[in-house]
Write a protein that binds this ligand. Structure first.
Ligand code: G6P
Ligand code: ZN
Length: 542
Protein backbone atom coordinates (compact mmCIF):
# COMPACT_ATOMS: atom_id res chain seq x y z
CA UNK A 1 0.00 0.00 0.00
CA UNK A 2 2.97 2.34 0.41
CA UNK A 3 3.79 4.21 -2.77
CA UNK A 4 7.06 5.93 -3.55
CA UNK A 5 6.39 8.79 -5.94
CA UNK A 6 9.09 10.56 -7.93
CA UNK A 7 9.04 14.36 -7.67
CA UNK A 8 11.15 17.42 -8.41
CA UNK A 9 11.76 20.43 -6.15
CA UNK A 10 9.57 23.53 -6.11
CA UNK A 11 11.11 26.97 -5.84
CA UNK A 12 10.63 28.93 -2.67
CA UNK A 13 9.34 26.39 -0.14
CA UNK A 14 10.98 28.50 2.54
CA UNK A 15 9.29 28.71 5.93
CA UNK A 16 8.91 32.33 7.08
CA UNK A 17 8.19 33.79 10.53
CA UNK A 18 5.61 31.07 11.06
CA UNK A 19 5.77 28.19 8.59
CA UNK A 20 5.33 28.03 4.84
CA UNK A 21 2.68 30.45 3.60
CA UNK A 22 1.51 30.84 0.04
CA UNK A 23 -1.63 31.46 -1.93
CA UNK A 24 -4.00 28.51 -2.09
CA UNK A 25 -3.41 27.84 -5.84
CA UNK A 26 0.30 27.43 -5.10
CA UNK A 27 -0.48 24.71 -2.55
CA UNK A 28 -2.93 23.09 -4.97
CA UNK A 29 -0.19 22.25 -7.45
CA UNK A 30 0.41 18.53 -7.79
CA UNK A 31 3.12 17.31 -5.36
CA UNK A 32 3.43 20.72 -3.66
CA UNK A 33 2.09 19.72 -0.23
CA UNK A 34 3.68 16.28 -0.51
CA UNK A 35 7.11 17.74 -1.25
CA UNK A 36 7.02 20.06 1.73
CA UNK A 37 5.66 17.52 4.20
CA UNK A 38 8.10 14.83 3.03
CA UNK A 39 10.92 17.37 3.41
CA UNK A 40 9.84 17.91 7.02
CA UNK A 41 9.82 14.18 7.73
CA UNK A 42 13.19 13.78 6.00
CA UNK A 43 14.69 16.20 8.54
CA UNK A 44 13.34 14.33 11.57
CA UNK A 45 14.82 11.29 13.24
CA UNK A 46 13.54 8.50 15.39
CA UNK A 47 9.83 9.03 14.91
CA UNK A 48 8.94 5.49 13.78
CA UNK A 49 5.90 4.33 15.72
CA UNK A 50 5.42 7.67 17.51
CA UNK A 51 2.48 10.06 17.47
CA UNK A 52 1.93 13.02 15.15
CA UNK A 53 -0.76 15.66 15.79
CA UNK A 54 -2.50 17.17 12.76
CA UNK A 55 -5.05 19.95 12.66
CA UNK A 56 -5.79 23.29 11.12
CA UNK A 57 -7.86 26.43 11.30
CA UNK A 58 -10.52 25.10 8.94
CA UNK A 59 -9.67 27.37 6.07
CA UNK A 60 -10.20 26.44 2.41
CA UNK A 61 -8.01 23.43 1.44
CA UNK A 62 -7.68 22.35 5.11
CA UNK A 63 -9.39 19.00 4.63
CA UNK A 64 -7.53 18.10 1.44
CA UNK A 65 -4.17 18.98 2.97
CA UNK A 66 -4.96 16.96 6.09
CA UNK A 67 -5.71 13.85 4.05
CA UNK A 68 -2.37 14.28 2.30
CA UNK A 69 -0.52 14.73 5.60
CA UNK A 70 -2.20 11.63 7.05
CA UNK A 71 -1.13 9.49 4.07
CA UNK A 72 2.44 10.72 4.16
CA UNK A 73 2.72 10.41 7.93
CA UNK A 74 1.46 6.84 7.86
CA UNK A 75 3.68 5.88 4.92
CA UNK A 76 6.71 7.41 6.64
CA UNK A 77 6.21 5.31 9.74
CA UNK A 78 4.35 7.36 12.36
CA UNK A 79 2.39 4.94 14.54
CA UNK A 80 -0.51 7.17 15.54
CA UNK A 81 -1.92 10.28 13.94
CA UNK A 82 -4.17 12.45 16.09
CA UNK A 83 -6.49 14.69 14.10
CA UNK A 84 -8.98 17.24 15.39
CA UNK A 85 -12.56 16.48 14.38
CA UNK A 86 -13.41 18.16 11.08
CA UNK A 87 -9.69 18.78 10.69
CA UNK A 88 -9.98 21.52 13.30
CA UNK A 89 -7.44 22.37 15.97
CA UNK A 90 -6.65 25.91 17.00
CA UNK A 91 -2.91 26.52 17.08
CA UNK A 92 -2.72 26.71 20.90
CA UNK A 93 -4.96 23.64 21.21
CA UNK A 94 -2.67 21.74 18.83
CA UNK A 95 0.29 22.77 20.96
CA UNK A 96 -1.52 21.46 24.02
CA UNK A 97 -2.41 18.13 22.39
CA UNK A 98 1.22 17.62 21.35
CA UNK A 99 2.26 18.15 24.96
CA UNK A 100 -0.38 16.17 26.83
CA UNK A 101 -0.34 13.26 24.40
CA UNK A 102 3.47 13.26 24.36
CA UNK A 103 3.50 13.36 20.58
CA UNK A 104 6.67 13.49 18.54
CA UNK A 105 5.43 16.71 16.95
CA UNK A 106 2.59 18.21 14.98
CA UNK A 107 1.65 19.65 11.64
CA UNK A 108 -0.57 22.72 11.78
CA UNK A 109 -2.39 23.85 8.68
CA UNK A 110 -2.94 27.56 8.90
CA UNK A 111 -2.10 30.93 7.47
CA UNK A 112 -3.08 32.54 10.76
CA UNK A 113 -4.76 35.90 10.26
CA UNK A 114 -4.39 35.99 6.47
CA UNK A 115 -7.60 35.78 4.41
CA UNK A 116 -8.78 32.35 3.30
CA UNK A 117 -10.77 30.95 0.39
CA UNK A 118 -9.77 29.73 -3.09
CA UNK A 119 -7.75 32.89 -3.70
CA UNK A 120 -6.70 33.37 -0.10
CA UNK A 121 -3.70 32.05 1.75
CA UNK A 122 -2.79 28.65 3.12
CA UNK A 123 0.07 27.52 5.29
CA UNK A 124 1.84 24.53 6.79
CA UNK A 125 3.86 24.67 9.96
CA UNK A 126 5.78 22.01 11.84
CA UNK A 127 5.81 22.02 15.64
CA UNK A 128 8.25 20.02 17.73
CA UNK A 129 7.67 17.82 20.77
CA UNK A 130 7.48 20.67 23.29
CA UNK A 131 4.42 21.88 21.36
CA UNK A 132 6.13 24.91 19.91
CA UNK A 133 7.09 25.98 16.39
CA UNK A 134 10.20 24.29 15.04
CA UNK A 135 13.35 26.29 15.72
CA UNK A 136 15.27 27.91 12.88
CA UNK A 137 17.78 25.11 12.53
CA UNK A 138 14.90 22.75 11.72
CA UNK A 139 13.09 25.12 9.34
CA UNK A 140 16.38 25.83 7.55
CA UNK A 141 17.08 22.12 7.16
CA UNK A 142 13.55 21.61 5.81
CA UNK A 143 14.05 24.39 3.28
CA UNK A 144 17.36 22.86 2.19
CA UNK A 145 15.65 19.51 1.79
CA UNK A 146 12.87 20.97 -0.39
CA UNK A 147 15.57 21.96 -2.87
CA UNK A 148 16.92 18.46 -3.35
CA UNK A 149 13.90 16.23 -2.84
CA UNK A 150 13.45 13.48 -5.45
CA UNK A 151 10.64 11.35 -4.02
CA UNK A 152 7.99 11.08 -1.33
CA UNK A 153 6.22 8.20 0.34
CA UNK A 154 2.47 8.05 0.58
CA UNK A 155 -0.36 5.56 0.91
CA UNK A 156 -2.69 4.32 -1.71
CA UNK A 157 -5.71 4.62 0.59
CA UNK A 158 -9.16 6.17 0.86
CA UNK A 159 -9.80 9.43 2.74
CA UNK A 160 -10.27 9.22 6.50
CA UNK A 161 -13.69 10.38 7.75
CA UNK A 162 -12.58 13.45 9.69
CA UNK A 163 -16.01 14.02 11.18
CA UNK A 164 -16.27 10.80 13.13
CA UNK A 165 -14.57 10.60 16.52
CA UNK A 166 -12.54 7.46 17.15
CA UNK A 167 -9.85 5.31 15.58
CA UNK A 168 -9.39 4.00 12.06
CA UNK A 169 -6.44 2.37 10.33
CA UNK A 170 -4.30 4.03 7.67
CA UNK A 171 -1.71 1.57 6.41
CA UNK A 172 0.15 0.39 9.48
CA UNK A 173 -0.78 3.53 11.44
CA UNK A 174 -3.80 4.37 13.54
CA UNK A 175 -5.62 7.62 12.88
CA UNK A 176 -7.51 8.90 15.90
CA UNK A 177 -10.04 11.67 15.40
CA UNK A 178 -10.27 13.63 18.67
CA UNK A 179 -12.52 16.34 20.05
CA UNK A 180 -10.63 19.56 19.35
CA UNK A 181 -11.98 21.45 22.37
CA UNK A 182 -12.01 19.05 25.37
CA UNK A 183 -8.35 18.97 26.42
CA UNK A 184 -7.97 22.68 25.86
CA UNK A 185 -11.04 23.63 27.88
CA UNK A 186 -9.79 21.44 30.73
CA UNK A 187 -6.45 23.21 30.67
CA UNK A 188 -8.11 26.62 30.89
CA UNK A 189 -10.20 25.41 33.80
CA UNK A 190 -7.05 24.49 35.69
CA UNK A 191 -5.38 27.87 35.06
CA UNK A 192 -8.24 30.22 35.89
CA UNK A 193 -10.83 30.63 38.61
CA UNK A 194 -13.90 29.62 36.63
CA UNK A 195 -16.21 30.17 39.61
CA UNK A 196 -15.01 33.73 39.96
CA UNK A 197 -15.45 34.43 36.24
CA UNK A 198 -18.88 32.78 36.35
CA UNK A 199 -19.72 35.18 39.17
CA UNK A 200 -18.63 38.09 37.02
CA UNK A 201 -21.04 37.11 34.25
CA UNK A 202 -23.79 36.38 36.77
CA UNK A 203 -23.43 39.91 38.12
CA UNK A 204 -24.31 41.33 34.69
CA UNK A 205 -20.87 41.81 33.13
CA UNK A 206 -21.40 42.13 29.39
CA UNK A 207 -18.95 40.82 26.84
CA UNK A 208 -18.65 40.31 23.07
CA UNK A 209 -16.17 37.85 21.65
CA UNK A 210 -15.77 37.82 17.87
CA UNK A 211 -14.49 34.49 16.57
CA UNK A 212 -14.31 36.08 13.11
CA UNK A 213 -15.85 32.95 11.48
CA UNK A 214 -12.58 31.23 12.26
CA UNK A 215 -11.32 28.48 14.51
CA UNK A 216 -12.07 29.86 17.99
CA UNK A 217 -15.85 29.74 17.60
CA UNK A 218 -16.28 26.23 19.04
CA UNK A 219 -13.75 26.92 21.81
CA UNK A 220 -15.26 30.24 22.83
CA UNK A 221 -18.82 28.94 22.86
CA UNK A 222 -17.86 25.95 24.96
CA UNK A 223 -15.78 27.90 27.46
CA UNK A 224 -17.47 31.30 27.64
CA UNK A 225 -21.10 30.44 27.11
CA UNK A 226 -21.41 26.86 28.37
CA UNK A 227 -18.78 26.59 31.10
CA UNK A 228 -18.69 30.21 32.31
CA UNK A 229 -22.34 31.06 31.81
CA UNK A 230 -21.87 34.10 29.59
CA UNK A 231 -25.20 34.89 27.94
CA UNK A 232 -26.00 33.25 24.64
CA UNK A 233 -24.92 35.65 21.92
CA UNK A 234 -21.72 36.64 23.72
CA UNK A 235 -19.75 34.84 21.01
CA UNK A 236 -20.24 36.28 17.54
CA UNK A 237 -19.38 34.68 14.19
CA UNK A 238 -18.81 31.35 15.89
CA UNK A 239 -19.07 29.01 12.90
CA UNK A 240 -15.68 28.37 11.29
CA UNK A 241 -16.02 29.07 7.56
CA UNK A 242 -13.49 28.04 4.89
CA UNK A 243 -13.27 31.65 3.71
CA UNK A 244 -13.93 33.24 7.13
CA UNK A 245 -17.15 34.65 5.73
CA UNK A 246 -15.12 36.66 3.24
CA UNK A 247 -13.51 38.62 6.06
CA UNK A 248 -9.92 39.11 7.04
CA UNK A 249 -9.56 37.13 10.30
CA UNK A 250 -7.10 39.56 11.83
CA UNK A 251 -8.26 40.97 15.16
CA UNK A 252 -6.80 44.43 14.76
CA UNK A 253 -8.29 47.90 14.71
CA UNK A 254 -8.85 47.71 10.96
CA UNK A 255 -10.49 44.33 10.59
CA UNK A 256 -12.24 44.31 13.96
CA UNK A 257 -13.14 47.97 13.89
CA UNK A 258 -16.77 47.15 14.73
CA UNK A 259 -15.66 45.83 18.12
CA UNK A 260 -13.75 48.98 18.83
CA UNK A 261 -16.74 51.11 17.90
CA UNK A 262 -18.96 48.93 20.06
CA UNK A 263 -16.68 49.21 23.07
CA UNK A 264 -16.45 52.97 22.64
CA UNK A 265 -20.21 53.44 22.29
CA UNK A 266 -22.45 54.74 25.04
CA UNK A 267 -23.81 51.70 26.84
CA UNK A 268 -21.32 49.44 25.02
CA UNK A 269 -20.27 46.09 26.55
CA UNK A 270 -17.79 45.97 29.44
CA UNK A 271 -15.37 43.86 27.45
CA UNK A 272 -14.82 43.15 23.76
CA UNK A 273 -12.35 40.63 22.43
CA UNK A 274 -11.49 38.73 19.28
CA UNK A 275 -9.09 36.12 18.01
CA UNK A 276 -7.62 35.38 14.60
CA UNK A 277 -7.91 32.64 11.98
CA UNK A 278 -6.06 29.98 13.97
CA UNK A 279 -6.82 31.23 17.48
CA UNK A 280 -3.43 32.37 18.69
CA UNK A 281 -3.86 36.14 18.53
CA UNK A 282 -6.04 38.34 20.69
CA UNK A 283 -7.66 41.73 20.71
CA UNK A 284 -8.67 43.21 24.06
CA UNK A 285 -10.86 46.30 24.37
CA UNK A 286 -12.50 47.30 27.61
CA UNK A 287 -15.33 49.75 27.69
CA UNK A 288 -13.66 52.96 26.51
CA UNK A 289 -10.27 51.34 26.92
CA UNK A 290 -8.36 49.86 24.00
CA UNK A 291 -5.42 47.84 25.30
CA UNK A 292 -2.43 47.67 22.94
CA UNK A 293 -0.88 44.20 22.69
CA UNK A 294 2.32 45.53 24.23
CA UNK A 295 0.42 47.03 27.15
CA UNK A 296 -1.63 43.87 27.50
CA UNK A 297 1.56 41.85 27.96
CA UNK A 298 2.72 44.25 30.67
CA UNK A 299 -0.64 44.31 32.45
CA UNK A 300 -1.12 40.56 32.31
CA UNK A 301 2.38 40.02 33.66
CA UNK A 302 1.79 42.48 36.49
CA UNK A 303 -1.50 40.81 37.49
CA UNK A 304 -1.04 37.16 36.55
CA UNK A 305 -0.51 36.10 40.17
CA UNK A 306 -4.23 36.78 40.73
CA UNK A 307 -5.08 33.72 38.61
CA UNK A 308 -4.69 30.31 40.29
CA UNK A 309 -2.39 28.98 37.55
CA UNK A 310 0.15 31.71 38.27
CA UNK A 311 -0.42 32.19 41.99
CA UNK A 312 3.18 31.43 42.84
CA UNK A 313 4.34 34.33 40.66
CA UNK A 314 6.06 34.45 37.31
CA UNK A 315 9.68 33.53 36.64
CA UNK A 316 10.39 36.07 33.92
CA UNK A 317 8.92 37.84 30.90
CA UNK A 318 9.91 37.66 27.25
CA UNK A 319 8.88 39.99 24.45
CA UNK A 320 9.86 40.29 20.83
CA UNK A 321 12.22 43.15 20.09
CA UNK A 322 9.68 45.44 18.35
CA UNK A 323 7.19 45.01 21.21
CA UNK A 324 7.07 48.10 23.44
CA UNK A 325 9.12 48.20 26.57
CA UNK A 326 6.11 48.47 28.89
CA UNK A 327 6.79 44.92 30.08
CA UNK A 328 10.40 45.82 30.89
CA UNK A 329 9.15 48.18 33.59
CA UNK A 330 7.02 45.48 35.13
CA UNK A 331 9.93 43.03 35.13
CA UNK A 332 12.17 45.64 36.69
CA UNK A 333 9.72 46.38 39.48
CA UNK A 334 9.11 42.70 40.12
CA UNK A 335 12.82 41.96 40.14
CA UNK A 336 12.55 39.32 37.42
CA UNK A 337 14.33 38.95 34.09
CA UNK A 338 13.12 40.38 30.80
CA UNK A 339 14.24 38.72 27.57
CA UNK A 340 14.18 40.48 24.22
CA UNK A 341 13.92 38.06 21.30
CA UNK A 342 13.50 38.39 17.53
CA UNK A 343 9.98 38.45 16.09
CA UNK A 344 8.43 34.97 15.98
CA UNK A 345 7.00 32.82 18.74
CA UNK A 346 9.57 30.12 18.07
CA UNK A 347 12.18 32.17 19.93
CA UNK A 348 10.23 31.87 23.19
CA UNK A 349 10.25 28.07 23.24
CA UNK A 350 13.70 27.58 24.73
CA UNK A 351 13.14 30.24 27.40
CA UNK A 352 9.84 28.62 28.41
CA UNK A 353 11.29 25.11 28.40
CA UNK A 354 14.18 26.23 30.57
CA UNK A 355 11.79 27.85 33.05
CA UNK A 356 13.40 31.26 32.54
CA UNK A 357 10.13 32.94 31.64
CA UNK A 358 6.44 32.31 32.36
CA UNK A 359 4.75 34.94 30.20
CA UNK A 360 5.61 36.04 26.67
CA UNK A 361 4.13 38.48 24.23
CA UNK A 362 4.46 40.30 20.97
CA UNK A 363 3.20 43.55 19.54
CA UNK A 364 1.54 41.52 16.80
CA UNK A 365 -1.32 40.68 19.18
CA UNK A 366 0.11 37.52 20.67
CA UNK A 367 0.38 36.74 24.35
CA UNK A 368 0.86 33.42 26.05
CA UNK A 369 2.53 31.54 28.84
CA UNK A 370 4.26 28.31 29.69
CA UNK A 371 0.91 26.44 29.58
CA UNK A 372 1.56 25.69 25.89
CA UNK A 373 4.27 26.67 23.43
CA UNK A 374 2.22 28.92 21.18
CA UNK A 375 0.60 32.24 21.80
CA UNK A 376 -2.97 31.78 22.84
CA UNK A 377 -5.87 34.13 22.07
CA UNK A 378 -8.52 32.69 24.37
CA UNK A 379 -6.02 32.27 27.18
CA UNK A 380 -5.32 36.01 27.07
CA UNK A 381 -9.05 36.75 27.11
CA UNK A 382 -9.61 34.43 30.08
CA UNK A 383 -6.68 35.83 32.02
CA UNK A 384 -8.04 39.34 31.49
CA UNK A 385 -11.48 38.21 32.65
CA UNK A 386 -10.02 36.53 35.72
CA UNK A 387 -8.06 39.68 36.58
CA UNK A 388 -11.11 41.90 36.08
CA UNK A 389 -13.10 39.53 38.30
CA UNK A 390 -10.40 39.40 40.97
CA UNK A 391 -9.77 43.15 41.08
CA UNK A 392 -13.44 44.04 40.67
CA UNK A 393 -12.38 46.86 38.41
CA UNK A 394 -13.03 47.80 34.81
CA UNK A 395 -10.36 47.36 32.16
CA UNK A 396 -10.14 51.16 31.95
CA UNK A 397 -9.41 51.46 35.67
CA UNK A 398 -6.83 48.67 35.61
CA UNK A 399 -5.12 50.34 32.65
CA UNK A 400 -5.15 53.79 34.24
CA UNK A 401 -3.66 52.48 37.46
CA UNK A 402 -1.05 50.51 35.57
CA UNK A 403 0.12 53.57 33.66
CA UNK A 404 0.17 55.62 36.85
CA UNK A 405 2.36 53.01 38.53
CA UNK A 406 4.72 52.19 35.65
CA UNK A 407 4.41 55.07 33.19
CA UNK A 408 2.85 54.79 29.75
CA UNK A 409 4.61 53.60 26.61
CA UNK A 410 2.78 55.29 23.74
CA UNK A 411 3.12 52.84 20.89
CA UNK A 412 2.06 52.43 17.29
CA UNK A 413 3.02 50.34 14.26
CA UNK A 414 2.88 51.68 10.73
CA UNK A 415 2.74 49.05 7.99
CA UNK A 416 3.53 49.65 4.34
CA UNK A 417 2.03 46.54 2.81
CA UNK A 418 2.80 44.88 -0.50
CA UNK A 419 5.54 47.27 -1.53
CA UNK A 420 8.13 46.18 -4.08
CA UNK A 421 10.61 43.75 -2.60
CA UNK A 422 13.65 45.41 -4.20
CA UNK A 423 12.73 48.82 -2.84
CA UNK A 424 12.07 47.42 0.61
CA UNK A 425 15.40 45.59 0.66
CA UNK A 426 17.19 48.74 -0.53
CA UNK A 427 15.54 50.73 2.24
CA UNK A 428 16.75 48.31 4.88
CA UNK A 429 20.23 48.20 3.33
CA UNK A 430 20.66 51.98 3.40
CA UNK A 431 19.44 52.09 6.99
CA UNK A 432 21.94 49.41 7.94
CA UNK A 433 24.76 51.26 6.22
CA UNK A 434 23.87 54.53 7.90
CA UNK A 435 23.68 53.10 11.42
CA UNK A 436 27.13 54.15 12.58
CA UNK A 437 26.51 57.79 11.67
CA UNK A 438 23.26 58.10 13.58
CA UNK A 439 24.50 58.26 17.15
CA UNK A 440 24.44 61.78 18.55
CA UNK A 441 22.34 63.25 15.74
CA UNK A 442 19.63 65.68 16.82
CA UNK A 443 16.21 66.22 15.33
CA UNK A 444 14.44 68.96 17.23
CA UNK A 445 14.05 67.72 20.77
CA UNK A 446 15.01 64.17 19.78
CA UNK A 447 18.59 63.01 20.11
CA UNK A 448 19.72 59.60 18.89
CA UNK A 449 21.43 57.62 21.63
CA UNK A 450 22.38 54.71 19.43
CA UNK A 451 21.27 52.48 16.59
CA UNK A 452 21.89 48.86 15.68
CA UNK A 453 20.81 45.87 13.65
CA UNK A 454 19.26 43.61 16.26
CA UNK A 455 20.93 40.26 16.82
CA UNK A 456 19.86 37.63 19.33
CA UNK A 457 21.94 35.14 21.21
CA UNK A 458 19.79 32.37 22.63
CA UNK A 459 20.93 31.87 26.22
CA UNK A 460 19.64 28.30 26.27
CA UNK A 461 20.97 26.67 23.11
CA UNK A 462 23.62 29.24 22.26
CA UNK A 463 22.30 29.85 18.73
CA UNK A 464 22.59 33.26 17.08
CA UNK A 465 20.10 35.08 14.86
CA UNK A 466 21.31 38.22 13.11
CA UNK A 467 19.61 40.98 11.09
CA UNK A 468 16.37 40.91 13.04
CA UNK A 469 15.46 44.58 12.59
CA UNK A 470 16.97 48.06 12.81
CA UNK A 471 16.62 49.83 16.14
CA UNK A 472 17.03 53.56 16.55
CA UNK A 473 17.14 54.53 20.21
CA UNK A 474 16.70 58.06 21.56
CA UNK A 475 18.06 59.73 24.67
CA UNK A 476 14.57 60.14 26.17
CA UNK A 477 13.86 56.40 25.88
CA UNK A 478 11.89 56.69 22.65
CA UNK A 479 12.51 54.15 19.93
CA UNK A 480 11.91 53.59 16.24
CA UNK A 481 12.26 50.07 14.85
CA UNK A 482 12.23 48.96 11.22
CA UNK A 483 11.85 45.47 9.88
CA UNK A 484 10.40 43.59 6.96
CA UNK A 485 7.54 41.23 7.70
CA UNK A 486 8.27 37.53 7.47
CA UNK A 487 4.67 36.47 7.02
CA UNK A 488 3.49 38.20 3.83
CA UNK A 489 2.71 36.25 0.68
CA UNK A 490 3.15 38.95 -1.97
CA UNK A 491 5.78 41.67 -2.25
CA UNK A 492 7.28 42.99 0.96
CA UNK A 493 5.74 44.65 3.99
CA UNK A 494 7.74 47.28 5.81
CA UNK A 495 6.87 47.64 9.48
CA UNK A 496 7.82 50.76 11.41
CA UNK A 497 7.33 50.52 15.18
CA UNK A 498 7.26 53.78 17.11
CA UNK A 499 7.40 54.14 20.86
CA UNK A 500 7.67 56.94 23.41
CA UNK A 501 7.77 56.59 27.17
CA UNK A 502 5.72 59.03 29.23
CA UNK A 503 6.24 58.88 33.00
CA UNK A 504 3.87 61.75 33.82
CA UNK A 505 0.35 60.55 34.64
CA UNK A 506 -1.03 63.98 33.70
CA UNK A 507 0.03 63.25 30.10
CA UNK A 508 -1.39 59.74 29.84
CA UNK A 509 -4.64 60.70 28.13
CA UNK A 510 -3.31 61.74 24.72
CA UNK A 511 -4.38 60.26 21.42
CA UNK A 512 -1.60 57.88 20.39
CA UNK A 513 -0.82 59.22 16.90
CA UNK A 514 -0.71 62.74 18.29
CA UNK A 515 1.51 61.70 21.18
CA UNK A 516 3.93 60.15 18.67
CA UNK A 517 3.66 62.74 15.88
CA UNK A 518 7.27 63.97 15.88
CA UNK A 519 8.70 60.44 16.06
CA UNK A 520 6.40 59.26 13.27
CA UNK A 521 7.51 62.08 10.99
CA UNK A 522 11.15 61.40 11.81
CA UNK A 523 10.66 57.67 11.31
CA UNK A 524 9.35 58.20 7.81
CA UNK A 525 12.10 60.68 6.94
CA UNK A 526 15.04 58.74 8.39
CA UNK A 527 14.28 55.66 6.29
CA UNK A 528 13.31 57.72 3.20
CA UNK A 529 10.20 55.60 2.97
CA UNK A 530 8.61 57.54 0.14
CA UNK A 531 11.80 57.42 -1.90
CA UNK A 532 12.17 53.65 -1.59
CA UNK A 533 8.55 52.53 -1.62
CA UNK A 534 6.67 55.29 -3.39
CA UNK A 535 4.29 55.44 -0.41
CA UNK A 536 3.61 58.55 1.59
CA UNK A 537 1.24 56.94 4.05
CA UNK A 538 1.13 53.50 5.71
CA UNK A 539 -1.61 51.12 4.60
CA UNK A 540 -2.34 49.97 8.14
CA UNK A 541 -1.80 51.68 11.47
CA UNK A 542 -2.17 49.61 14.60
C1 G6P B 1 3.09 35.42 13.30
C2 G6P B 1 4.08 34.89 14.29
C3 G6P B 1 4.40 35.94 15.30
C4 G6P B 1 4.85 37.22 14.63
C5 G6P B 1 3.85 37.67 13.62
C6 G6P B 1 4.26 38.88 12.81
O1 G6P B 1 1.87 35.66 13.91
O2 G6P B 1 3.56 33.74 14.94
O3 G6P B 1 5.36 35.45 16.17
O4 G6P B 1 5.04 38.23 15.57
O5 G6P B 1 3.58 36.62 12.73
O6 G6P B 1 5.30 38.56 11.99
P1 G6P B 1 5.79 39.52 10.84
O7 G6P B 1 7.08 38.89 10.39
O8 G6P B 1 4.73 39.58 9.78
O9 G6P B 1 5.98 40.88 11.48
ZN1 ZN C 1 -2.53 33.28 14.21
Amino acid sequence: MILTIATTPFEGQKPGTSGLRKRVPVFQQRHYVENFVQSIFDCLEGFAGTTLVVGGDGRFFNREAIQTVIRLAAANGFGRILVGRGGILSTPAASNVIRVRKAYGGIILSASHNPGGPDGDFGIKYNVGNGGPAPEKVTEAVFARTRTITEYRTLDSADVDLDRLGEVGAGAAIVEVIDPVDDYAGLMQRLFDFDRIRGLFASGFRMKFDAMSAVTGPYARQILERMLGAPHGTVMNFTPEPDFGGHHPDPNLVHARHLYDLAMSIDGPDFCAASDGDGDRNLIIGNHAFVTPSDSLAMLAANAHLAPGYAKGIAGIARSMPTSRAADRVAEKMGISLYETPTGWKFFGNLLDAGLVTICGEESAGTGSDHVREKDGLWAVLLWLDIVAARRQSVAAIQREHWAAYGRNYYSRHDFEEVETDGANALMAQLREGLVGLKGKRFGALEIAGADDFAYHDPVDGSDSAHQGIRVLFEDGSRIVYRLSGTGTSGATLRVYIERFEPDAAAHGLETQAALADLIALGHALARIEHFTGRREPSVIT
